[in-house]
Design a binder for this molecule. Structure first.
Ligand SMILES: Nc1nc2c(ncn2[C@@H]2O[C@H](COP(=O)(O)OP(=O)(O)OP(=O)(O)O)[C@@H](O)[C@H]2O)c(=O)[nH]1
Ligand SMILES: [Mg+2]
Length: 206
């Protein structure tokens, strides 16, 4: 078949192409309850235009969906967010943000598949959601760090109090962040990478 006359299918945009020096790619999931800032984090840190699957929150969701903060929030993730960040010239992270609404949590198992590690985003106004989230990661054996996304009106707790409230082992890093800021989101990912590295060195990484 002669395709000479056909329109050329555009290739990937230059900024979307992997650096030719990239040697390793790692899958990381960003997980947490409804509206904690997962999509915002993937968007702020991604070096490619992030893929999002957000749908407008409508009246139909009232009584079905979580509605915390919905006076300011108009969209919610229904499948996943996807982004990419190069940590070094050789190491690239692929970021998968999970949906926060409980009715979509069944999708998490697929998203956890092959993940080397996770960021658990936490809003201290709704700590209770984090118990389920952390429980699921522990069940799957996915190592994680906890990042507290500091909303202005959220109660502030010391790291030790948070560790106790979430029943986290001593070695699991807990950091504060503002996911709207690229540098802050990047710091969280660096914390996770250092944690994964320490697990690998100690032989604890499965
Ligand atoms: N003030 C403040 N607002 C934030 C912060 N992080 C996120 N937001 C806002 O909070 C809202 C929730 O962010 P999303 O990124 O949609 O949260 P999500 O976790 O992806 O939500 P779901 O996909 O619905 O679970 C957005 O309107 C953000 O702009 C923060 O650190 N401070
Ligand atoms: Mg989202």
């Amino acid at each position: 078949m002669d395709f000479k006359g056909s329109d050329t299918i555009p290739g990937p945009r230059t900024e979307d192409q992997l650096p030719h020096t990239a040697e390793a790619a790692v899958k990381i999931v960003i997980v947490g309850g409804f509206g904690v800032g997962k999509t915002t984090m993937v968007g702020s840190v991604s070096e490619i235009r992030p893929l999002t699957t957000e749908e407008t929150m409508t009246q139909a969701g009232i009584g079905v969906d979580d509605n915390f903060g919905s006076d300011t929030k108009t969209a919610t993730t229904v499948a996943m967010d996807f982004g990419r960040i190069s940590i070094t010239d050789q190491l690239v992270l692929y970021l998968f943000g999970t949906p926060g609404q409980e009715r979509f949590w069944f999708l998490w198992n697929g998203l956890f598949e092959g993940a080397l590690g996770a960021v658990v985003l936490i809003d201290t106004r709704r700590l209770e959601v984090s118990f389920d989230v952390i429980g699921r990661l522990e069940e799957r054996g996915v190592p994680f760090v906890v990042a507290v996304n500091s909303f202005p009106d959220a109660p502030r707790y010391g790291i030790d109090d948070l560790r106790a409230a979430l029943d986290l082992d001593e070695e699991i890093p807990i950091v504060e962040c503002d996911v709207r800021r690229r540098a802050s989101s990047r710091d969280v990912l660096m914390t996770l990478m250092h944690f994964l590295h320490s697990l690998a060195v100690s032989g604890a990484l499965r």
